[in-house]
Write a protein that binds this ligand. Structure first.
Ligand SMILES: NC(=O)c1ccc[n+]([C@@H]2O[C@H](COP(=O)([O-])OP(=O)(O)OC[C@H]3O[C@@H](n4cnc5c(N)ncnc54)[C@H](OP(=O)(O)O)[C@@H]3O)[C@@H](O)[C@H]2O)c1
Length: 253
């Protein structure tokens, strides 16, 4: 069993805060050089400094994943300065709208699909092309949700994107198996981050989330680190196309 990621280069989208920040630091602790990618330069700078304080290399590359050219630049700069990335965590995600499906506008739908699904395709394709050209193996981990498999009311675009992410995970896993690229997904339940601030501020909704979770609490963002490091590592060498639920039992009910 090999959990060390020493000598590998990782990109974590949405690595500036929340779950992505913890994953970026967790991959660095496991030995990887890590490039966290998100829009806010200031927050990214803090994470880059934390990664470097762990003795790993990092780069400051502010990136909007809804911009395909920005994703290309992210991979090109990473390859030029650190080497071909072998680990990609597609974690950047948004959930800005909470409304019944018939009230969702075209723009709201596109906004969520672009960040939560289209960007996963764009970044995964970029990564695969670099790995195939270099003839080296790699591991992609997509951050899904309980909404990848069950309905979350008033979150149609979010669930469509996260369900699509799961299918994309499986097809990429099969398409790229011959190149040694494993592709898996993790599906968090409800996690204490900025994304759930609004839900947690509503006492009734917060209690509903707790009551619906067999473990009886929301997750801390660092509880996603172990599953992602495991899937990135040699310890998961026979796992591809899988969805690992990290949801406190939510989808077991
Ligand atoms: N929190 C939960 O309960 C929960 C549950 C299930 C799944 N998830 C999933 O876990 C992932 C992380 O969520 P989180 O809770 O950590 O959210 P968060 O605290 O709101 O952080 C979101 C991250 O994504 C980045 N981001 C947003 N839009 C971006 C864009 N266009 N380009 C690049 N980066 C962008 C943000 O940085 P900038 O704003 O600086 O760009 C930030 O780093 C998401 O995919 C989410 O769907 C979360």
């Amino acid at each position: 069993m090999e959990l060390s990621l020493a000598g590998q280069v990782a990109i974590v989208t949405g690595g500036s805060r929340g779950i992505g920040r913890e994953i970026a630091l967790g991959l660095a602790r496991a030995g990887a050089d890590v490039v966290p990618a998100a829009r806010s330069r200031d927050k990214l700078q803090e994470v880059v400094a934390e990664i470097e304080a762990l003795g790993r290399r990092s780069l400051l590359i502010p990136t909007d994943v809804s911009d395909g050219e920005a994703i290309k630049d992210l991979f090109q700069q990473t390859k030029d300065e650190l080497g071909v990335p072998q680990i990609l965590v597609n974690n950047a995600g948004i959930s800005p709208h909470y409304k019944s499906t018939h009230k969702v506008s075209d723009a709201e739908w596109d906004q969520v699909i672009n960040v939560n699904l289209r960007a996963v395709f764009l970044a995964s394709r970029e990564m695969a092309n670099y790995l195939i050209a270099a003839e080296i193996p790699g591991s992609i981990i997509n951050v899904g949700s309980v909404g990848s498999t069950v309905a979350l009311p008033r979150l149609a675009a979010y669930c469509a994107a996260k369900g699509g992410l799961l299918q994309l995970t499986k097809v990429c896993a099969i398409d790229w198996v011959k190149y040694g690229i494993r592709v898996n997904a993790v599906a968090p339940g409800f996690v204490i981050t900025d994304m759930t601030t609004g839900m947690r501020a509503n006492d009734r909704l917060h209690q509903n989330l707790i009551d619906h979770t067999p473990l009886g609490r929301l997750a801390e963002p660092e509880e996603l680190v172990g599953p992602v490091v495991f899937l990135a590592s040699g310890a998961a060498s026979y796992i591809t196309g899988a969805l690992l639920a990290v949801d406190g039992g939510w989808t077991a009910l």
